[in-house]
Design a protein around this ligand. Structure first.
Ligand code: SF4
Ligand code: SF4
Length: 468
């Protein structure tokens, strides 16, 4: 049985449904100041800054981070990953999943509250909304008031900024899959392809819709993580919680007055914690799955406690064990398991990337002829070398064949030059005296870069002569 804290679903709207479906009530989150709001602001600036800036970084004359799907190549600064390196992608996905498990077990929904793209873009869209339409009460008044020039101008300004940001976001996103500078050039010359246009439009629409309108509904109804994260919670997981023992019975009182003297708890029932909540829940009703752990209610309540002259932390980051006056164990077996797996896979990826040779050699035997008799009583075998230079530098390679006495490479004699990131198919012919060549022999082909002796590949193949 799951031992984590119980997460209940408490309806936020208290009006009765009038039809089969209850329409979503628009949430007007109140502006909040405080240390966690500050931390989120910085996180948003850094994450969005990285998203918008990294697409423009060039590395060795090409886009530093580019998932070139048509060419089936992923460029990550110096590193170019080919379809043969698919294992890295699989490992990276495992690392992402394990990181989520690890940090959720350790710190709850930290990702949701600070780093989830939905949170990050919604935060910026709300900044724009506050900037163009004003504070919470001004926005509510504007929405409920008649259409006036003032309302049209404010709503119009908001829409222009929202759409511009959404389109730029869609454009940048597509710029990670199509070289972004090329996209700019195509855009300015009106030659943008149908697919690029479609994806830019789709991602712009998704940004606009999710961050502008759906907001908390994405977290509540669409996000699968919200559904299964409770399975990763236990009683030692960091959660945001209201201290019922300290807060109840709640009730209004004068600033500076002692709550205990009036038989009250510290909560003055100002509902500020509810007004700032982006998902519209009341944390005082207990931990709910809609809570994205943004800590806005902590900031709001800390501000109230400061004004009331009471200690901060009526709503705080805590654990269920701590709330029940039990000891919290930060280091627990599941953290060890997640952490150990994470470190192992990250170690494997790092090690294999450091020893990875950006060179692939495939040897294909000529399928039409097993062998040919050539002048000088020699036997010749023909092959095709498929050389993939995965490096970002051109290289010249030489081939050496070993494994049979007097085996001679007759073609190619000179160096084989392969430009960076390309595949070359090179015919190769080997000869050996007929008296030695009889039978089947396992031989090795060594392809090495002339300018970098450590860059080589050895492939085994067969040299076939007349039957013994
Ligand atoms: S902000 Fe604090 S004092 Fe105000 S209602 Fe919420 S918990 Fe009570
Ligand atoms: S309850 Fe608090 S932490 Fe949870 S979503 Fe609402 S404001 Fe954020």
């Amino acid at each position: 049985m799951h031992s984590g804290p119980s997460i209940s679903h408490v309806p936020s709207a208290n009006h009765a449904p009038t039809g089969f479906y209850e329409s979503a009530e628009k949430i007007y989150p109140r502006e909040v100041q405080g240390r966690y709001a500050q931390a989120r602001r910085w996180t948003v600036v850094v994450l969005l800054g990285l998203f918008y800036a990294v697409a423009w970084i060039q590395w060795n004359g090409q886009q530093a981070l580019l998932f070139d799907l048509p060419a089936r190549k992923f460029h990550v600064f110096r590193l170019t990953l080919w379809p043969q390196d698919f294992v890295y992608l699989a490992l990276l996905l495992i690392v992402a999943a394990l990181s989520l498990f690890f940090f959720t077990a350790l710190a709850g929904r930290l990702f949701c509250g600070y780093a989830c793209p939905q949170t990050v873009w919604t935060e910026v869209f709300i900044w724009i909304e506050q900037w163009t339409e004003g504070t919470r009460s001004q926005r509510m008044k504007l929405d409920h008031g008649p259409w006036t020039t003032h309302k049209v101008l404010r709503k119009g300004a908001k829409q222009i900024l929202w759409i511009s940001l959404a389109v730029y976001t869609g454009f940048t996103f597509v710029g990670y899959f199509n070289p972004i500078r090329g996209l700019v050039s195509e855009l300015t010359h009106f030659t943008l392809g149908a697919w690029a246009t479609f994806w830019i439009f789709l991602y712009s629409l998704a940004t606009y819709g999710n961050a502008g309108y759906l907001r908390e509904q994405v977290c509540k109804y669409m996000c699968p993580y919200a559904r299964f994260q409770s399975a990763m919670f236990d009683k030692d997981t960091l959660i945001i919680s209201y201290d019922t023992d300290r807060g109840e019975p709640r009730g209004a009182r004068r600033r500076g007055s002692k709550s205990t003297l009036q038989g009250l708890g510290d909560c003055i029932d100002c509902t500020l914690c509810v007004q700032v909540c982006p998902t519209g829940i009341d944390i005082r009703k207990g931990l709910q799955y809609e809570c994205i752990a943004c800590a806005a209610c902590i900031d709001a309540c800390d501000g109230v406690m400061d004004k009331m002259g009471a200690a901060r932390g009526l709503i705080r980051y805590t654990t269920e064990h701590a709330m029940h006056h039990r000891q919290t164990r930060v280091i627990r077996p599941r953290l060890f398991v997640y952490g150990a797996l994470l470190l192992t896979i990250v170690g494997v990826i790092s090690y294999s990337l450091t020893i990875r040779k950006p060179l692939i050699l495939d040897v294909l035997r000529d399928r039409n002829t097993l062998y040919r008799e050539v002048r000088g009583n020699h036997i010749e075998n023909a092959y095709t070398l498929k050389i993939i230079n995965e490096d970002d530098q051109p290289h010249s390679y030489q081939v050496q064949a070993t494994g049979l006495a007097m085996l001679e490479l007759v073609d190619p004699i000179g160096a084989i030059r392969v430009p960076p990131g390309t595949v070359n198919s090179v015919p190769l012919r080997l000869q050996a005296p007929a008296e030695i060549a009889a039978g089947v022999h396992e031989i090795s082909l060594r392809l090495s870069a002339l300018d970098q002796p450590t860059l080589f590949r050895i492939e085994k193949t067969r040299f076939i002569g007349p039957a013994l």
